[in-house]
Design a protein around this ligand. Structure first.
Ligand code: URA
Length: 433
């Protein structure tokens, strides 16, 4: 079999056989197929698409490219969530302790920030001492004792996705439904959880720009998971507005803590309640109303917040920071961005807002960049809200004074203000099961 023929076949729009897809994944993972041939095939897939059968084969081949985690010791209680990526998306920090406090076993492997989107692992590393790498034994024993662990993608899990994702990132082949489906679902299947809830983001800050595209992606991922005997659900949620008000690593941890303490009942709270409810529904086969009541009680009773402290402490983090968030390092410099005119905020370009946070030091431009954990943005006004001229739009934080002016310019370009109040899109478009 020759890679050249496989590229040629896909270029003509023909479906690849199982054998051809498996040959590609094996060869690319072991290095016998070079980047230039893999890039050509990825681009051909972007133009010609893949059938559902091809997508399933690709997903399984990628899941089998490395180890699979065995979580059978937790029976049907193991649970995982995955977001397709957004700005201000700190839902894992909130949903995981809620579900663990209710008896679920949350086994979460998270990523780092990518482009304009933040990553859970970077956020957790803003807590002094937090260990994102646990040995497999430590991981399982913590989930057994505490009910949850959140670690980075370590070990030999889906090496095919690691290589392919890096290649897609630099060849403009990320935003393709079969490729995203196989990337996410191969990781979820290899990570072993029985219950999987996906948060498919839609809007200016997401890979999927329209609800139709997001629905197609969600349906495909749910189907593949079900075909592999997992309990599956996907929420389609809004990423036309950053989620919550804080963007940046320790700033996001602080906002997550406030939601878990029951102090904040904002859009972030609502999305987290919906995600946690769906997880609890799947794990314990409950009616939605009952699951939602349990989730809300977990917050009100303080159980979910106590679970967060227990988790952070178990994973080496200094839980004093969770109790008293004033301990987090504060940025040396800040700048409040003022509105240049009066009117309603009609839209926010979320991708640009994510890049503003990167400018401030909260994310990486290249993989070797170091992160300024205290850098980021606190947003004071969001889409649909009214602002007067010179009123505060947001506050920017950084340890690099010279980044503030550029970030201010970027932020102002990202926010549109108009005299008419426009309709805002729903926060949760749909739940697909
Ligand atoms: N997240 C992933 O893990 N993979 C993709 O392809 C896109 C988002």
């Amino acid at each position: 079999m020759k890679m050249y023929d496989i590229i040629q076949k896909k270029k003509k729009g023909q479906a690849l056989s199982d054998h051809e897809i498996e040959f590609f994944i094996k060869g690319y993972t072991d290095g016998s197929i070079p980047d230039y041939q893999a890039s050509a095939l990825l681009m051909a897939i972007c133009f010609m698409g893949m059938t559902d059968e091809e997508t399933v084969t690709l997903t399984n081949a990628m899941a089998d490219s490395g180890d699979r985690v065995d979580l059978s010791c937790f029976g049907n209680l193991s649970a995982d969530k995955h977001s397709t990526g957004g700005v201000g998306d700190k839902t894992s920090l909130i949903v995981a302790p809620i579900v663990a406090s209710l008896g679920g076993k949350v086994t979460k492997m998270s990523g780092r920030g990518l482009g304009h989107t933040g990553g859970t692992v970077d956020k957790l590393e803003s807590i002094p001492g937090y260990r994102v790498n646990l040995t497999p034994e430590e991981f399982l024993s913590q989930v057994e004792k505490v009910g949850m662990a959140v670690v980075g993608q370590s070990g030999n899990l889906t090496p095919a996705d690691k290589k392919l994702y890096a290649l897609r990132d630099v060849t403009a082949t990320v935003d393709n439904i079969p490729l995203i489906t196989s990337s996410i679902m191969s990781k979820k299947l290899a990570a072993g959880s029985h219950n999987i809830v996906l948060d498919v983001k839609v809007g200016s800050g997401a890979f999927m720009k329209t609800p139709d595209e997001a629905t197609e992606l969600a349906q495909k991922m749910v189907k593949i998971g079900k075909d592999c005997n997992r309990n599956m659900a996907a929420l389609i949620t809004n990423m036309d507005i950053p989620l919550g008000n804080n963007v940046g690593n320790s700033l996001e941890v602080v906002e997550a803590i406030r939601v878990l303490k029951g102090e904040l009942k904002n859009d972030l709270y609502e999305v987290c309640v919906a995600l946690a409810t769906t997880m609890v529904e799947l794990i314990f086969s409950l009616q939605r109303n009952e699951a939602e009541q349990k989730v809300k009680n977990a917050i009100e009773s303080g159980d979910a917040f106590r679970k967060m402290k227990e988790w952070i402490n178990a994973q080496g983090g200094n839980a004093d920071y969770i109790e008293n968030t004033d301990l987090f390092e504060q940025s040396k410099y800040s700048l409040t961005v003022k509105s240049v005119k009066e009117g309603y905020i009609s839209s926010m370009n979320v991708e640009k807002i994510g890049m503003t946070a990167v400018t401030l030091g909260a994310g990486r431009r290249v993989a070797t960049d170091t992160i300024d954990y205290s850098a980021g943005i606190i947003i004071h006004k969001k889409t649909g809200e009214y602002v007067k001229e010179n009123q505060d739009l947001c506050t920017l934080y950084s340890n690099n004074n010279s980044s503030l002016k550029e970030a201010e310019k970027q932020y102002l370009e990202a926010v549109s203000i108009s005299s008419n109040r426009s309709e805002t899109n729903p926060l949760i478009y749909d739940i697909i099961k």
